[in-house]
Design a protein. Sequence first.
Length: 366
Amino acid sequence: MAAGYRFTDYVPEEPKDKGFDSLLQIFLQLITLTAGDVAEAMSWMSEMDKRYNLTDDSYGLGDFFEDLKKNGYIDDKGPDGQFKLQAKGEQKIRKSALEEIFGKLKRGGRGNHTTPKTGIGDEASADRREFRFGDAPEQIELTESIRNAQIQHGISDDFFLTEQDLEVTEREHKTQTSTVLMIDISHSMILYGEDRITPAKKVAMALAELVKIKYPKDNLDIIVFGNDAWQITVKDLPYLMVGPYHTNTVAGLELAMDLLRRRKTSNKQIFMITDGKPTCLKEGLKYYKNSFGLDRKVVNKTLNLAAQCRRLNIPITTFMIATDPYLQQFVEEFTQVNNGQAYYSSLKGLGDLVFRDYGRNKKKRM
């Protein structure tokens, strides 16, 4: 018989563990999709339970809901008595996004970024060199220094050690970085039957948790932009929703530059997650809008800001959730003017690109 493939209907496997932990992972995904609406997330879980048997007679959704309250993930202290996420639930969502996108990370030491610079620094490296004025006493390698003295002066009762015998462990400089993450919340992020805002939120939450765990000395500001741009906090991310907005990239860049101007760190950068071209400007109290193409008036103002960021040594990394040829042409021009970087990413690969570029940019600019 000839070898071949037989195709059948896909039947999802029932979850092996139907306890709290497995249901919590599903709940965290749904609460992100529903922008923090606990009631709607539980309603979706109920529908999924009917279809995929998420629970059994030993542990039902009612038990799970009570455990959410008992464990401090939700409470009923909303304005009208509705259930809402507590701080523990918000943090759990961020950690879940971090594990999903970046893999499980552990807190490690100072958690700062390495640079090519060596000398009087924060962390010991594997390299050794001769002692120099200004080196800290704890850098001296006693075993190696004594061996050098024995080689230079011989072994005798009047053993002595000179400055030339001393050998020290090299230390690496660490650096801080200030990052502004721009998130597009224009209406196109949910158009054409594609949910693009949820993956963007996951990336933002994961990046925020990454900075907190691995780079605690860094600064991370988050802004959203539609017709206008405004700053949000990490706590706001699970509740982020797309509005009936155009894409005012200029407003987002202006706010990002203003935030970075206040930071005293020497390393500054902007990450921009978007799926569309700039379509809007604010002129006084009015908005200039054009959604039908790359409007030269809007594009020129956007490129001018990209050039200004370059003069201020602020690279912009653009993560474009679209592959339209005319849009790629604009992004390439924008990137060239800024001397930044651009990625044309599917939603699946967005998180990995953000993580890799975040680590690389810290080391690059010192």
